[in-house]
Design a protein around this ligand. Structure first.
Ligand code: NAD
Length: 497
């Protein structure tokens, strides 16, 4: 069985812990690989490598850093099919979706290629007589990234390209469920000329994460994953004096007003609810149908849902692949059963779906639940699977109140032809990312990504301007070049003249 290694100091490193995690092919249900789970010593080796590399990388020229990033961009572009195939083999998502993930990650590499513009400082001349003030931003040192299973290439690429472009060195701890894509990303970065130790990958579980959070040489932690772990990461990182941004889970609502184009809204609900088998933090998991649109909208969504082709991700005919593990598949299915018991109408039941020739794969059909009570587990929990809940609201105000009372605030969307209503929604809704007739409003690379409430712990969002701010610290320099006539003793507080 293939064993997936760490990547430390510019080369693959076998694990020594004797502990391994299973890596499944979700389409076949067969464990094809295992991943080494790091010990604290192995994490320390990766941090030591990053710490040593920071000495020269942190002061290397912008020209050198960006030349490497441009080359990296070309390598990633040339190898995007291979990266996508690795994602499909371990995560299960269909190849076109995996290619989309790589493309969205590449956006951040492209942003990092232009880091010189983002790192331009500010200068005020003659703030006082012969005194100038400059603001600059400098790297932090060693930064750690801890990432989830659902975007094994894109989420790491939300982090390390910008971090290293800013002059930091990086230790990445990918999800142990689909760790190979991150390893290939690190290998390609080395091929592009990134010096040894600037980007390290330690494979592992809680033991590796905890060591990163405690390590005195780790200055900052970027985390993306579920809400309970995000909360834990924030508290522990702060306890150890680190800067932290921890992005958590979500329950994203799509509000449909009566004037919306219902066919368009139904198409978008399908794409956003069932794409990647619902394993997206920006998936639409609740549709809020306003006024009398509910029956018609549910009918149109159901008709489309029944036609979706579910199958292995490497079959071009498949529109939706399997879920990540058998346990997760069964847990998702249990929400459909509990929703029925708790008063929801099961319009489409995807449980028990199997794919011919792939009976052991972790497949689940798509489910559509209507009139889901707000007290039902299927409404209250993040299911993270292909289950779409529809709830009804009498008015726009009632719908917004419902969305705003959710504990999460990652993304949300409104579907309407009414510009005034859309404008009100943008201002009134409590979420970090808002779509207007766009169901999955993941911001482009040069705008930052992040939610509100239980969807983000910390204050700075990820990538874009916030990403640069997170991976750098400010310094303000006040300079005077005195004239021979200047001088004299004055113990008063300096004021400008
Ligand atoms: P997860 O929280 O289980 O795992 C995320 C990372 O934390 C992994 O690297 C894992 O090894 C580590 N981890 C898990 N348990 C830990 C523990 N007890 N102590 C320390 N580290 C631990 O999340 P997941 O299941 O891999 O990913 C799915 C979740 O991520 C969903 O909730 C989804 O909404 C969320 N997500 C959020 C965003 C966002 O941008 N807000 C993006 C993608 C995924």
């Amino acid at each position: 069985m293939k064993t997936i290694t760490h990547w430390i100091d510019g080369k693959p490193v076998e694990g020594t812990s004797g502990r391994f995690g299973p890596v499944w092919n979700p389409a076949t249900g067969v464990q094809e690989k295992q991943v080494a789970l790091a010990t604290a010593d192995e994490v320390d080796a990766a941090v030591a490598s990053a710490r040593a590399a920071f000495e020269s990388w942190g002061v290397s020229s912008l020209a050198r850093r960006t030349a490497i990033l441009f080359k990296y961009r070309e390598l990633l572009d040339a190898r995007r099919n291979e990266i996508a195939a690795l994602i499909t083999a371990e995560h299960g998502k269909v190849h076109s979706d995996a290619l989309g993930e790589v493309a969205r990650g590449l956006e951040i590499v492209e942003l990092a290629c232009g880091i010189s513009v983002q790192l331009k400082g500010e200068l005020s001349t003659q703030v006082s007589t012969r005194v100038d003030v400059a603001s600059i931003r400098q790297p932090l040192g060693v930064v750690a990234g801890i990432t989830p299973f659902n975007f094994p290439a894109m989420v790491p690429m939300w982090m390390f390209p910008l971090a290293v472009a800013c002059g930091n060195t990086f230790v990445l701890k990918p999800s142990e469920k689909d760790p190979s894509a991150a390893l290939l990303l690190a290998e390609l970065a080395s091929q592009a000329g990134l010096p040894e130790g600037v980007l390290n990958v330690v494979q592992g579980d809680k033991a590796a994460v905890d060591r990163l959070l405690e390590h005195p040489d780790v200055e900052a932690v970027s985390f993306v994953g579920s809400t309970p772990i995000a909360k834990y990461i924030q508290l522990k990182a702060v306890e150890h004096g680190k800067r932290v941004q921890a992005l958590g889970g979500a329950k994203n609502h799509m509000l449909v007003l009566p004037d919306a184009d219902l066919d368009f809204a139904a198409d978008q609900a399908i794409n956003a609810a069932y794409g990647s088998a619902g394993e997206r933090c920006m998936a639409v998991s609740v549709v809020v149908a306003v006024g009398d649109t509910g029956d018609e909208l549910v009918g149109r969504i159901a008709e489309r849902a029944r036609r979706l082709r579910i199958g292995p991700g490497d079959d071009p005919a498949s529109e939706m692949g399997p879920l990540i593990t058998r346990e997760h598949r069964d847990k998702v299915a249990s929400y459909v059963a509990s929703a029925a018991e708790q008063g929801a109408e099961v319009v489409v039941d995807g449980t028990g779906h199997s794919v011919e020739g792939h009976e052991d794969g972790f497949f689940l059909g798509v489910s559509l639940l209507d009139r889901v009570p707000l007290t039902a587990d299927a409404y209250r929990d993040e299911i993270f699977g292909p289950v779409l809940a529809v709830v009804r609201a009498r008015t726009y105000e009632e719908a917004v109140e419902l969305i705003n009372s959710s504990r999460w605030g990652n993304g949300t969307a409104i579907f309407t032809r009414d510009g005034g209503a859309a404008r009100r929604f943008q201002l009134e809704v409590k979420a970090g990312m808002v779509g207007v007739n766009v169901p999955i409003p993941v911001p482009v690379g040069y705008h930052s990504f992040g939610g509100w409430k239980d969807s983000l712990f910390g204050d700075l969002h990820i990538y874009g301007g916030d990403g640069v701010a997170f991976y750098t610290q400010g310094k303000v320099i006040t300079t005077r070049w005195p004239d021979p006539s200047d001088g004299g003793i004055n113990l008063g507080f300096p004021s400008n003249s």
